[in-house]
Design a protein. Structure first.
Lengths: 93, 967
């Protein structure tokens, strides 16, 4: 039962949220210029990181906002939380 | 001989007697006794029968670790199986029964299994009882397996749920844990300490340590009182932490609620930091017949004397490997119990066991006796010779197993320490540390230092006080005797609960199971209620010797929650049962539906499947309703339809991304059918879009899919296209009265909505807003039945009123309410699909007759790129078709396969199937490989051994020209 700090609502239990998978994915476009390999890569080959991993979470039973989380997939430790469109905190100068 | 009550001593209330029954016989105990201690005091030796071999078993260990004394507690609705007698406090009127024995525990027919041990070895169900067929033996084996009986009546107890938070959570209120709690509280932290036993104090309640220091017990008594009265420590006894989760979230069961009529309390706790102080338990010595009643662990033996005032036997032999048994020896002397001999497997160097007539360098080869030990055979560790000693009790002091299950659940890692012959914590993954005997300490002084350090460290880690330095701790130096080699391995029990012997482990190794996890599953080692608390380290030692690997290389078993059994009742705490197990959503017009004779089913909302008139069956009612809709007019409750308003300058642009078709060309007041795809190009949802104004649209999503569509829209808006618009879910805010049939227009006219309802002014697929009797109404002319149809949307507050009002207006025209089943028939007659019923996760728009992307739409949409893949153009794709049966009265099974060839191959399946009352024949929709090109072909449809002939046809069975819709 992770403790997740929603950027708007504060610290809440994991069961208020749903997980959206890897973050910062770039959707290839326009369709006519995307090769089969690029499209397959986007659809079917997620990064399977062991360690700090950037993913999205959705506060489904709260404010219903999506946000980013850096979580260590081996230890489950949540390192930071930041909004969609922001840079991860450690990359800010 | 057997156990008896000592005349004095112990902490039980000798003035307060308690009456209980065991196996139907009445017994008396004292307040403070457990069922186990009271039975021993009354001379009971055989508590139960073992799982597989039905060997007599008696008390061996204490607390949650005892493998032999599982009982059926209570009768009737509150009966509970498989509770260790060591954890049942005796109360007046308690009813306890042995399990796994018939007709009685004294004379159990199941003991015949002990004779057939050869056939019942580890993995026997893969090897024996194979001829002629395992299926003949399986029912017998299944009936024989399992322990205890489940109650047959509903549970009358109620359960509470509690949510707790604290800065520091201490698990275990023994010497180390109490000091940890005190130290943390002293630093300013808010502390909760949870203790599984009924009282705090831990081992110190009966053990006075290696140096016979009476002061330790007095100290602990004072300490317990101090902790009880400390303002920032909450102490919960009878509370077992059962699981350890992420971010220091722990679940515990409190079995001693103060509130009346509450059975147990389920506790969810979030701690800033955790201290594990769960202590250690004595593990068994492994020799021939070490499982006989009368063999008891040294800690349980001492606890019986000093805590319960009970002697386990009259003539005891003590089996040890060095200085471990000193506490038990002292306790036996205090109680005046005769010590026949002390058998010490060690060579004596370095031990201070000088003056008590030990047999050094000897081991017990076997115990004699069946229902109670009557003697032992002792042999030297090296060399020949054998001595037989008469006794009724064997006290074993083989070594301690640190209890680290919760620590490993938290992600903590262990490492094998050669000096102390135990696995000890070496690194934590979360904010948790271990102290006391579970950290390998073996003196009260070390436990105190370790506990204080842990408490201060835990408090400092969450901002209270300074981080303390790690103390010097003493640990026992052990020379473990993992098993007695001279004994017969077939009856040297490693896991008494699973009847797993040394020979079973040797068999597993011979059959090349190398990993301890495989050995566990092959032999069922550690899979009982005891979950390896005493059998785990014992088994690792045996495997280590048999395989030649060090215990560190053998490794430990992975511990999973729960630490000890949890009642299902406790897990249900906080939830209502019965009709309220899941939330029920009722339509605003629920009462009106009831008055019409609705038969409801849960479709997410409670919805009328049909309306029953004078005992109609579903098929009869649905047919009647479907005919009535096409003949005159029907009324349906469409409230659960998903409704989402998209408003903003970029609304149309956003909808163009969401839908496969173009929505930016939709004119104000017009409605368009749309398909939503996922990125894989497969159908996600279908529905209509209404243009309310240039920057304001209303999406209708499938009723059963509304929540998923809402999440979908929000996700794409927030994560991919943060365009200038807002998304508002108004599904539950509008009630929908759907009026369908050739006379629907007349009914709408009679409602006087304030706009022109003529065919020219209000064509199919358009929208009007008005008022009905002053109530604002949005009217969509869309159809799922293929008839003229108006969906009248009013505020949900008027939901009941609108159904009544429309029914009144429709009386003149023969209006009839119709339910879900009739609607299904009508839409299937028109070949209208349900996404997820007539489509699967592969179905793409072209498969159901929509050749997207259209030439007019150049912009990107979700799924567009996937539709460009070669597989999307394959002629053999599964496509939507209709199937007409050769015999019009035969209705196909949904899920039946369309088959071809010999042997038959499936080339498709039936997705929807009904008897059509309007056409007088059966109709079906199907997905079929290359179905479109096969139109007209004969097919065989197979289900459950029966084959039906049919023809592939147009999925639209009724009104193919769509003339009615535009009327």
């Amino acid at each position: 039962m992770l403790k997740i700090d929603c950027p708007w609502c504060g610290s809440r239990n994991e069961d208020e949220f749903s997980n959206g998978g890897e973050s910062h994915l770039v959707r290839p476009e326009p369709p006519s210029s995307v090769t089969e390999d690029e499209w397959a890569n986007y659809l079917f080959y997620p990064t399977n990181t062991k360690g700090p991993f950037k993913e999205t979470w959705f506060h489904k039973y709260g404010c219903r906002q999506w946000f980013n989380v850096t979580r260590n997939t081996a230890t489950h430790e949540i390192l930071n939380v930041y909004r969609i469109g922001e840079n991860p905190p450690e990359e800010n100068s | 001989m057997a156990g008896y009550r000592l005349e004095k001593g112990g902490l039980v209330g000798r003035n307060e007697t308690v009456n209980f029954t065991f196996n139907g016989r009445p017994y008396v105990g004292f307040k403070g006794d457990t069922l186990a201690s009271a039975l021993v005091a009354n001379g009971v030796s055989v508590f139960g029968r073992s799982f597989k071999y039905h060997r007599s078993r008696g008390l061996f260990s204490r607390g949650a670790a005892d493998p032999n004394t599982l009982m059926q507690i209570g009768i009737g609705a509150q009966t509970s199986p498989n509770i260790p007698a060591t954890q049942v406090p005796v109360t007046d009127g308690l009813v306890a029964n042995s399990i796994n024995a018939w007709p009685s525990v004294e004379f159990d027919i199941g003991e015949i299994n002990d004779v057939f041990k050869r056939v019942l070895i580890a993995g026997f169900y893969y090897k024996s009882l194979m001829w002629p067929k395992w299926g003949l033996f399986e029912p017998i084996i299944r009936r024989a397996a399992g322990m205890g009986k489940a109650p047959k009546e509903p549970d009358s107890a109620s359960y509470e749920i509690g949510n707790l938070q604290c800065d520091v959570l201490v698990i275990g209120a023994g010497l180390a844990g109490l000091h940890a709690a005190q130290a943390a509280a002293g630093a300013g932290a808010d502390v909760i300490i949870m203790e599984s036993d009924t009282v705090a104090g831990g081992t110190s309640l009966w053990s006075i340590g290696a140096n016979a220091n009476e002061d330790v017990r007095e100290q602990v008594k004072r300490l317990v009182n101090e902790v009880h009265s400390s303002p920032n420590i909450r102490m919960l006894c009878s509370t077992t932490v059962v699981s350890y989760h992420d971010d220091n979230y722990l679940v515990a069961i409190d079995r001693n609620c103060d509130a009346i009529a509450v059975g147990e309390r389920l506790i969810h706790a979030r701690a800033g930091s955790v201290v594990v102080a769960q202590g250690a338990v004595e593990r068994p010595f492994i020799f021939e017949n070490n499982d006989r009643p009368g063999v008891i662990a040294a800690d349980a033996f001492s606890e019986l004397i000093r805590r319960y005032g009970v002697a386990f036997g009259k003539k005891i032999v003590i089996f040890t490997n060095g200085g471990r048994a000193d506490d038990a020896i002292a306790a036996a002397r205090e109680a005046g119990i005769e010590i026949v001999a002390i058998v010490d497997s060690s060579d004596g160097a370095g031990s201070d066991a000088g003056n008590d007539n030990r047999l050094m360098g000897h081991v017990i080869k076997r115990a004699m006796g069946r229902k109670r030990v009557r003697g032992v055979e002792v042999v030297p560790t090296d060399g020949q010779g054998s001595i037989k000693l008469a006794c009724d009790t064997v006290v074993v002091a083989a070594g301690a197993s640190a209890q680290l299950q919760l620590f490993t659940q938290s992600g903590g890692k262990l490492s094998y320490d050669e000096d102390s012959a135990s696995f000890l914590p070496v690194s934590s993954m979360q904010n948790v540390r271990v102290c006391g005997a579970s950290n390998g300490t073996n003196t009260p002084t070390s436990a105190v230092s370790d506990g204080r350090w842990a408490g201060l460290d835990a408090a400092a880690s969450v901002g209270f006080g300074d981080k303390p330095s790690v103390p010097d701790l003493t640990r026992a130096l052990e020379k473990p005797l993992w098993f007695v080699h001279q004994s017969s391995s077939k009856t040297s029990f490693v896991d008494m609960q699973g009847d797993v012997t040394v020979s079973d482990l040797a068999l597993a190794l011979r059959e090349n199971f190398r990993s301890i996890e495989h050995i566990k599953r092959y032999t069922t080692l550690g899979m009982g209620v005891e979950q390896g608390k005493i059998s785990g380290l014992a088994a690792i030692g045996v495997i280590s010797e048999l395989s030649g690997k060090s215990p560190g290389d053998v490794g430990t078993l992975k511990h999973r929650p729960p630490y000890s059994p949890v009642s299902l009742g406790a897990l249900s705490a906080g939830q209502k049962g019965g009709a309220l197990l899941a939330p029920i959503k009722k339509l605003p017009a629920h009462k009106w539906h009831e008055k019409q004779g609705a038969v409801f089913e849960d479709h997410g909302w409670m919805r009328p499947t049909y309306y029953s008139m004078s005992g109609e069956t579903m098929h009869g009612a649905a047919a009647r309703e479907a005919v009535a809709v096409r003949k005159n007019v029907g009324l349906f409750d469409g409230t659960p339809l998903g409704k989402f308003e998209i408003k903003g300058p970029d609304a149309a642009k956003f909808l163009n991304y969401i839908y496969a078709g173009r929505m930016d060309t939709l004119k104000v007041g017009r409605i368009r059918y749309g398909l939503m795809l996922n990125e894989n190009g497969s159908l996600f949802d279908d529905g209509v879009v209404v243009c309310l104004s240039k920057d304001h649209f209303l999406i209708n999503a499938s009723s059963g899919h509304a929540d998923a569509v809402y999440d979908w829209l929000e996700a794409w808006h927030q994560l991919e296209w943060p365009l200038d618009l807002v998304i508002q879910d108004c599904t539950a805010e509008w009630a929908v009265a759907t009026v369908a049939g050739p006379k629907a227009r007349e009914v709408l006219a009679a409602l006087n909505p304030g706009f022109d309802v003529s065919a020219e002014s209000f064509p199919h697929m358009s929208y009007r807003a008005g008022h009905i009797s002053g109530v604002p109404a949005r009217v969509q002319r869309v159809s799922f039945s293929g008839e003229i149809c108006y969906e009248i949307n009013v505020s949900a507050d008027y939901g009941e009123w609108i159904m009544h009002h429309v029914q009144e207006a429709g009386k003149l025209f023969g209006l009839v309410p119709y339910g879900i089943e009739a609607l299904e028939i009508l839409r299937a007659e028109k070949g209208y699909i349900h996404v997820g019923t007539d489509t699967d996760s592969n179905t793409q728009p072209k498969d159901i007759g929509f050749p997207y992307p259209s030439k007019t739409k150049e912009s990107d949409f979700i799924g567009r790129r996937s539709l460009m893949r070669p597989a999307s153009h394959s002629p053999n794709r599964q496509q939507l078709v209709g199937i007409a049966t050769a015999d019009p009265d035969t209705v196909l099974e949904v899920g039946a396969h369309i088959v071809t060839g010999n042997p038959a191959q499936s080339i498709g399946f039936i997705t929807s199937s009904y008897m059509s009352p309007n056409l007088g024949c059966s109709i079906a929709l199907a997905l079929m490989n290359g179905g479109k090109a096969a139109t007209g072909a004969s097919v065989d449809v197979w289900s459950l051994g029966k084959t039906v002939s049919g023809t592939v046809c147009d999925p639209v069975f009724f009104d193919k020209e769509r003339g009615l819709l535009n009327g």
